[in-house]
Design a protein around this ligand. Structure first.
Ligand code: CAA
Length: 246
């Protein structure tokens, strides 16, 4: 039977590469997009030539716990369970901490960290009851090493790792694995929005001297989603070209 994967932030750089890879691996993908972004999500769906057997577009504000509980309960009524959950939705609001305001802090914590509660909580029990599942949380090299101008983002991305290790304990007996992929600087609109001189200086510090491609991140996610990774849980897989070695 075709397995079901839910990917949040699925039309962004890394999210779309993950969705496309999972479709190629035979999953049906529920691709969530932020409220109001339907046109953009539909354009991606049409450009990729997906069929409705491959991808379902699903509007979801991952910062809204009530909406997530209601919409994901309906999803479970239709599908029974989700086999693979990829918590990928994320934003940046980079600024030095002296200048950071509460909105920049809260927006990043809500979207990048509180979303893990909002999206995972409604799905986790059903995964355990079914006796198997995969949860893959997309963190960042900067959640591991910190970064000037990213106190909010690094806090959220580091928090994802503690969350994942804790949930890994709770899912282990039921065969539900919970892992993290920590990408380095990747060729996505988020990274391309950085000041070019700052980005060039960072790339120069990467031992491989280049950005990751979104597809390279997607392959790591697909591995953790596969049957081959059944005994890996609570782990953080870095895909960062050597930028930070734990
Ligand atoms: N390292 C050291 N010092 C820095 C610095 C840095 N990276 N950036 C700025 N400074 C210094 C400035 O030179 C300045 O010093 P002076 O006061 O002596 O002039 C001081 O810090 C304050 O600088 P700014 O007022 O310019 O700081 P700012 O609030 O405008 O923000 C910043 C600076 C734009 C955030 C900059 O630090 C920056 O671009 N940092 C990198 C952020 C980054 O890596 N973002 C990644 C986005 S993509 C992503 O996040 C994906 C992923 O997972 C990897």
């Amino acid at each position: 039977m075709q397995k079901l994967a839910l990917v949040t932030g699925a039309k962004g750089g890394i999210g779309s590469a993950i969705s496309e890879k999972l479709v190629r691996d035979g999953f049906k993908v529920i691709a969530t997009y932020f409220t109001g972004n339907h046109e953009c999500a539909r354009k991606w769906f049409d450009e990729k030539g997906f069929t409705s057997d491959q991808v379902t577009l699903f509007e979801l504000d991952v910062t809204n716990s009530i909406e997530c509980a209601e919409r994901l309960a309906l999803l479970l009524e239709t599908h029974g369970t989700v086999d693979v959950l990829v918590n990928n939705a994320g934003i940046t609001r980079d600024t030095s901490f002296k200048k950071m305001n509460a909105t920049q802090w809260n927006d990043v914590i809500n979207t990048n960290l509180n979303s893990l509660f909002n999206v995972t909580q409604p799905l986790f029990a059903a995964m355990c009851e079914k006796g198997g599942g995969r949860i893959i949380n997309i963190s960042s090299v900067n959640g591991l090493k910190g970064q000037f101008g990213q106190a909010n983002y690094a806090a959220a991305k580091a928090g994802m790792i503690g969350f994942s290790k804790s949930l890994a304990f709770e899912g282990a007996r039921s065969g539900v694995t919970v892992n993290v992929v920590a990408p380095g600087y990747t060729g996505t609109p988020m990274v391309q929005a950085m000041r070019q001189d700052v980005l060039d200086a960072i790339v120069d510090t990467v031992p491989m001297k280049r950005l990751a491609t979104p597809e390279e991140i997607a392959k790591a996610v697909a591995y953790l989603a596969s049957d081959d990774a059944a005994y890996i849980t609570g782990e953080t897989l870095s895909v960062n070209g050597g930028l930070y070695m734990q």
